[in-house]
Design a protein around this ligand. Structure first.
Ligand SMILES: CC(C)(COP(=O)(O)OP(=O)(O)OC[C@H]1O[C@@H](n2cnc3c(N)ncnc32)[C@H](O)[C@@H]1OP(=O)(O)O)[C@@H](O)C(=O)NCCC(=O)NCCS
Length: 164
């Protein structure tokens, strides 16, 4: 059975493990890179974990029994809290297509609604058809806005949005 745990300073090591696995597994799905984040110190990870527990941000780890298998994070836009942003979405290959992604996004949606956000945004890289299909299945649509993908000039990022 899948269970979600908010990321806090108490589980920073699991956060570090899962985040680094995600960056290695699907390098072009994220704005950051394994090369960059693998250089962070344990103190950096503890500090990052603490930042995910705030009135303006949340992050969850998905566990299958004791095994961490997924992650998702969300923050409110600094200047416009009606906008929420979903980032760092990842489910372990062994646990895909079993509902973990939907469980994580549903928790993020619930949190964003509890903060009175109006729209949940994300960026999806142009080569990531599985993620685009996943988000479309959950009700996200492309807004038409794009950005260059910072780690590969051959790719762009498509903004997708969900009305809360
Ligand atoms: C995208 C990702 C998070 C999906 O997670 P998941 O746990 O497999 O998704 P779920 O099992 O909860 O699927 C939810 C729905 O999306 C659908 N879906 C999931 N992956 C899909 C795919 N590759 N193609 C088509 N539909 C898909 C499921 O069939 C399900 O629909 P249903 O409930 O109507 O049957 C996962 O594939 C992943 O981690 N990918 C690598 C990292 C990544 O790309 N992150 C996104 C960065 S923007």
């Amino acid at each position: 059975m899948l269970i979600l745990h908010p990321i806090t300073p108490a589980n920073w090591q699991t956060f570090k493990t899962i985040r680094l696995r995600a960056l290695q597994d699907t390098p072009t799905a994220f704005g950051s890179t394994y090369a960059k984040e693998s250089q962070l110190t344990d103190a950096d990870w503890q500090s990052r974990a603490a930042q995910w527990t705030s009135p303006r941000s949340i992050a969850y780890l998905a566990h299958d029994a004791d095994l961490p298998v997924g992650i998702a994070a969300c923050f409110l836009h600094e200047d416009n809290p009606a906008k929420a942003h979903l980032i760092s979405m990842w489910v372990a290959p062994t646990h895909r297509q079993q509902g973990a992604g939907r469980l994580l996004v549903t928790a993020i949606i619930d949190w964003a609604r509890s903060k009175n956000a109006q729209t949940l945004f994300l960026m999806c890289t142009s080569n990531n058809t599985p993620a685009r299909k996943f988000y479309e299945r959950l009700g996200f649509t492309r807004t038409g806005r794009t950005e260059p993908y910072p780690n590969d000039p051959a790719l762009i990022e498509h903004e997708m949005a969900f009305k809360l």
